[in-house]
Design a protein around this ligand. Structure first.
Ligand code: FAD
Length: 443
């Protein structure tokens, strides 16, 4: 039986207004932040700077905080993305588009850039829109955060996990050292809720946890066409999910860089497909077929026209034709199409030409598993978006409980969008928690 159940809206309203009356008289309140990651730090700093009187403690279960920031972006930390229109930005989130669009009107990449600039951290933009500290070192971001929490007087307790929390404010937090603390307001910024005791507590207190699924992963495959070609990349390939039941036909095709790895395929187009189709691919147990057009948007007809032109020359088919396709991959595809090394374009039989067209524009590859251990990856699913007031990030079930970051059921594609989600939700929650009494809108 849950300790605190919302039986009806009216019960909820009574509880909430009682709480309002009790708290509104005091400006000094205690805030507990569960999770020393991107969202937790951003919220803690925001709340502490907005209300210096608040007593803020951040609890981190590991010995080190900000560990994902450290390893992010290959050690460079892809802080955000140069996309400044809330609508465009929100469209980069397979889950949470609608809610984040409104949130980005209040804190978006330009605000993030300005925030870091005010603290002496310059951010630069790469040609693909990803933004990094100019030092190309994630430690710059960590140092900035550590300085800011120190200056703002936030107490950081490392190696101190929160095992359980009570169902209403003032909250009792049960810590991993078997002590208990109380807090007027609590922010859950614990990252992925996979195997988290907090997920069970939240469910017991009436929250819904949307099913968790990995997102942003590479595809494993054992295919002779890519065997031994690790490191080669094609800048503008088109990848389509063909066999797993697609959760959304519009996003079942992704175009962009594809990287051949030791285990299979990675790169932005693959990671994006894994994000948009995270649930469908999980349902397929990561066994599915993709079709690749290595020439991006070049159609079969355009390709045949090009081949007709080549037939008039004297070159061999295995001589690389398209700048976009690396030589060794081209040779492998020619070989797969059953075309001998010495054959010239003029001698190419029609059935071999068709086989090569297929290999280039519609080659099918059987994916057998996924890899998440090197690339950026995130967990889709988490605390239901519907049970959060996105103007404050406060729970609509439990007054004075707030959420930020990956523990919420939203996630972005690769490119700095996931950190931007953490900054935005952390910022909104931080401002709302800083207010005295029961939190109101952070405007
Ligand atoms: C390898 C890798 C590279 C990435 N690179 C990028 C990138 O360049 N750009 C980008 O935008 N995104 C990147 N991401 C995604 C990004 O790291 C996450 O979206 C982001 O860290 C989410 O922030 P968060 O604060 O919600 O969660 P986290 O960063 O996961 O922080 C949660 C913290 O809470 C702590 N915690 C959990 N449970 C408890 C508990 N019960 N009590 C106390 N503490 C608890 C955890 O130990 C952790 O420190 C990357 C992810 C990975 C794995």
């Amino acid at each position: 039986m849950a300790k605190f159940e919302i039986e009806s809206n009216s019960t909820f309203d009574v509880l909430r207004s009682t709480f309002d009356v009790q708290r509104s008289s005091s400006d000094v309140h205690s805030i507990a932040i569960i999770g020393g990651g991107a969202a937790g730090y951003f919220a803690a700093i925001t709340a502490a700077e907005a209300n210096p009187a608040a007593r803020i403690t951040l609890y981190e279960q590991s010995k080190r905080t900000l560990q994902k920031v450290k390893i992010s972006g290959g050690g460079r930390c892809n802080v955000t993305h140069s996309c400044f229109d809330p609508r465009d930005l929100a469209a980069r989130y397979p889950r949470g588009t609608r809610e984040l669009r409104a949130a980005f009107h209040r804190w978006q990449p330009q605000d993030t850039i300005d925030w870091f600039a005010e603290r002496g951290v310059a951010i630069k933009t790469e040609p693909d829109g990803r933004m990094f500290p100019t030092t190309d070192d994630s430690q710059t971001i960590i140092d900035c955060f550590e300085r800011a929490v120190r200056n703002a007087g936030v107490q950081v307790r490392k190696d101190c996990g929160v095992k359980h929390l009570s169902a209403k404010a003032p909250f009792t937090l049960h810590l991993s050292d078997d002590t208990q603390v109380e807090a007027d307001k609590v922010l859950i910024a614990a990252g992925s809720l996979k195997a988290s005791p907090l997920a069970r507590a939240l469910e017991a207190h009436g929250h819904t946890i949307a099913p968790l699924a990995p997102s942003l992963f590479a595809f494993n495959l054992a295919d002779k066409r890519t065997h031994d070609l690790a490191g080669l990349s094609v800048q503008n390939a088109r990848v389509t999910l063909v066999t797993a039941p697609s959760s959304d036909a519009k996003t079942a095709t992704q175009t962009g860089p594809v990287l051949i790895t030791h285990r299979g395929l990675s790169g932005p187009a693959i990671l994006r497909l894994s994000a948009w189709q995270a649930r469908a691919l999980q349902a397929a147990n990561y066994h599915f077929t993709i079709e690749i057009n290595w020439l991006g948007d070049v159609s079969e007809n355009q390709l045949r026209e090009e081949f007709n032109r080549l037939r008039k020359g004297k070159t061999q088919v295995k001589t690389k034709v398209f700048e976009a396709v690396p030589r060794r991959l081209w040779e492998r595809l020619v070989e797969t199409a059953g075309i001998p090394d010495t054959m010239k374009w003029a001698q190419l039989p029609k059935d071999r030409e068709s086989a090569l067209v297929t290999e280039l524009t519609a080659g099918r590859y059987a994916v057998q598993g996924k890899t998440t251990n090197k690339d950026e990856f995130v967990t889709a699913g988490g605390v239901s978006r519907k049970e959060i007031n996105w103007r404050t990030m406060e729970s609509s079930r439990i007054p004075n409980l707030f959420f930020a970051g990956e523990c919420i059921d939203y996630d972005g594609i690769t490119g700095g969008f996931n950190f931007q989600g953490a900054w935005t939700t952390g910022r909104i929650a931080g401002l709302a928690m800083a207010e005295s009494g029961t939190a109101k809108s952070a405007d």
